[in-house]
Design a protein around this ligand. Structure first.
Ligand SMILES: NC(=O)C1=CN([C@@H]2O[C@H](COP(=O)(O)OP(=O)(O)OC[C@H]3O[C@@H](n4cnc5c(N)ncnc54)[C@H](OP(=O)(O)O)[C@@H]3O)[C@@H](O)[C@H]2O)C=CC1
Ligand SMILES: CC(C)(CO)C(=O)C(=O)O
Length: 308
């Protein structure tokens, strides 16, 4: 059976790792002391719109690893990547594959350089979820989706085995043969949503109730879509339609995890999402005033947070 190590049992790692374990997969969570203690005490509870799961994880927790696994699922925040790489290094042997589920793109450069691109699959998560104070995971998606795929021919066999395994869990699974395009689509979606929410400080519905919210949302979509096009990964018509309708829907309570983190006073992935999109736009010679304003807002937030 495929041996899987999941780094981080937060919202994304806890949800997908927990549901994989529930489906009979061989899953071990690599967690830090505080998270380990909480999971030992409370178990891993996952609340979904249709069902709650109470998963016994006490025997599936480690604070460090010393042997290779077949698959390492990486589900930390981007600002924790460096430490996470140190923690998983002993688990990455010659035949190991790594599936990152982080938002953004920059982590691929770092992972490729550290472990070799042949080991790093393409992956992303679509799941509106959060880790609650008591350590349980709440997901509002029906169900959360993992999209993954090979970044080179050599990874195809492993991806087929992985698809078989993922399909046994109560999650939605997309095995993409164009994973880099899918990563760009998700990068645009999360940057657009995060920039709108964090710049204008509200859910999509809150913002659509204002005089100019819709115009600003559409301008941010244009800036990100232009950047994707310049990078050689233009958004499909369907993706663009989806962005234009979901980001301007009246009454929508849509928020990104970055905005929810900001509301809670937590650290945010500003550099890896809005900041990175902005750098790529500038490199392509594009004018992106709204992304600049959004990044400036996020940086100001982070600077004030560091001071307090
Ligand atoms: N939440 C969402 O709705 C979505 C999030 N994403 C993306 O998924 C990624 C993860 O986000 P999310 O799950 O929300 O974040 P969380 O903060 O909920 O979870 C991250 C977990 O990673 C753990 N972690 C970090 N570094 C280490 C380490 N060195 N060793 C062990 N554990 C570690 C943290 O542990 P500790 O508790 O000890 O700090 C934390 O529990 C982000 O890139 C995010 O943008 C993508 C789609 C949706
Ligand atoms: C797009 C969304 C909102 C859900 O998948 C997300 O990725 C996030 O909140 O980080």
């Amino acid at each position: 059976m495929m041996r899987i190590l999941v780094l981080g049992a937060g919202a994304i790692g806890g949800y997908f790792g927990g549901l994989l374990l529930h489906s009979g997969a061989d899953v071990t969570f690599l967690v830090r002391r505080r998270r380990r203690n909480l999971l030992k005490k409370n178990g891993l509870v996952i609340h979904t719109p249709d069902q709650d799961y109470d998963i016994a994880v006490a025997d599936h927790l480690v604070e460090q690893v010393d042997e290779p696994y077949d698959l390492v699922i990486l589900s930390c925040k981007a600002y924790d990547l460096e430490e996470a790489i140190k923690a998983i290094t002993p688990a990455v042997g010659p035949d190991t594959h790594v599936l990152p589920l982080l938002n953004g793109l920059r982590h691929y450069d770092v992972l490729d350089e550290t472990f070799g691109a042949e080991k790093i699959l393409g992956g992303l998560a679509k799941n509106i979820c959060t880790m609650q104070k008591d350590g349980s995971i709440r997901s509002w998606s029906r169900p959360g989706n993992v999209t993954f795929g090979p970044r080179s021919e050599e990874q195809l066999d492993f991806c087929r085995q992985l698809e078989e395994l993922l399909l046994r869990a109560p999650i939605s699974v997309t095995h993409s043969s164009h994973i880099t395009s899918a990563l760009w689509d998700k990068f645009c979606l999360i940057t657009v949503l995060g920039a709108i929410n964090c710049l204008l400080r509200g859910s999509i519905g809150d913002i659509m109730a204002t005089r100019n919210g819709r115009d600003i949302a559409l301008a941010i979509i244009d800036e990100c879509a232009g950047t994707a096009k310049a990078a050689g990964y233009p958004l499909s018509e369907a993706s663009l339609d989806y962005l234009q309708s979901s980001m301007t829907r009246e009454g929508s309570d849509y928020t990104s995890s970055m905005f929810r983190d900001m509301e809670l006073g937590k650290s945010v992935e500003a550099d890896q999402l809005v900041g990175d999109m902005l750098i790529r736009a500038e490199d392509a010679g594009l004018s992106t005033p709204f992304l600049k304003a959004a990044y400036c807002t996020l940086q100001t937030y982070m600077l004030r947070r560091e001071k307090s």
